[in-house]
Design a protein around this ligand. Sequence first.
Ligand SMILES: CC(=O)SCCNC(=O)CCNC(=O)[C@H](O)C(C)(C)COP(=O)(O)OP(=O)(O)OC[C@H]1O[C@@H](n2cnc3c(N)ncnc32)[C@H](O)[C@@H]1OP(=O)(O)O
Length: 220
Amino acid sequence: MTDASRPLVIWGGTGHARVLRELAQTLGASVAVVVDSRSVPAPFSGVSIVQGLDGLRAWLAGQPHSLDAYDFAIAVGGGFGRDRLMLASQLKDLGLVPRTLVHPTANVAVDASLQEGCQILMGSAISACATIGRFTIINTKASVDHDCRIGDGVHVAPGATLCGEIQVGDGAFVAAGATILPRLRIGADAVVGAGALVTRDVPAGATVMGCPARVISPLS
Ligand SMILES: CC(=O)SCCNC(=O)CCNC(=O)[C@H](O)C(C)(C)COP(=O)(O)OP(=O)(O)OC[C@H]1O[C@@H](n2cnc3c(N)ncnc32)[C@H](O)[C@@H]1OP(=O)(O)O
């Protein structure tokens, strides 16, 4: 079994699970099971869904493979990066292996650095010397330019544009279509609203929106 074809456990019975299923299939892997903390229907046909860590443990106990035969990916998007990091830690403790997923249509510079469990989705671009943190999502057609340093548990949503040398702190959410000008700092757990044009640094925990972006909620 090659690395690319290792079966995948997906946490999260959401639309994002369908995105990860398509990506897994494109890479020649199958989805073994979907897990969700809630009681929800399976996000696609042909796969079992189990509830919570207990449900996953019970499912794994009935499988012929050892735990480290399974990779995992987390289908929790939106602004829930901290949840993604917490779930990743729990699944690693269980013995599952985090999977870094790069869609074949994404362009990733040869000298970019991708940390464990990140997801580089359809049509996105990661330019020279950029770093993408652990369990960070670079979503459809988002663009992360040269020398950007994107932290852990970040979500760069569809179509967002990050110019060069930007730093984004852990847990931040850059929403769909936002544009961030070069060399700015986006603090940990900040939210950049959809379509915002960010022209100044964003403090940790702040929410900004608009064109140019202004802080609408200072700290949570
Ligand atoms: C594949 C995928 O789909 S990945 C998912 C990607 N998702 C996104 O990109 C969505 C990101 N979400 C946003 O941008 C949100 O609007 C947020 C987080 C910035 C704000 O959310 P909330 O606090 O819930 O704001 P809410 O919807 O209550 O709107 C409050 C006001 O702000 C306005 N507003 C909301 N978002 C924005 C925005 N991005 N830019 C400008 N104004 C906005 C609303 O029109 C509303 O104005 P009003 O009071 O005059 O009617």
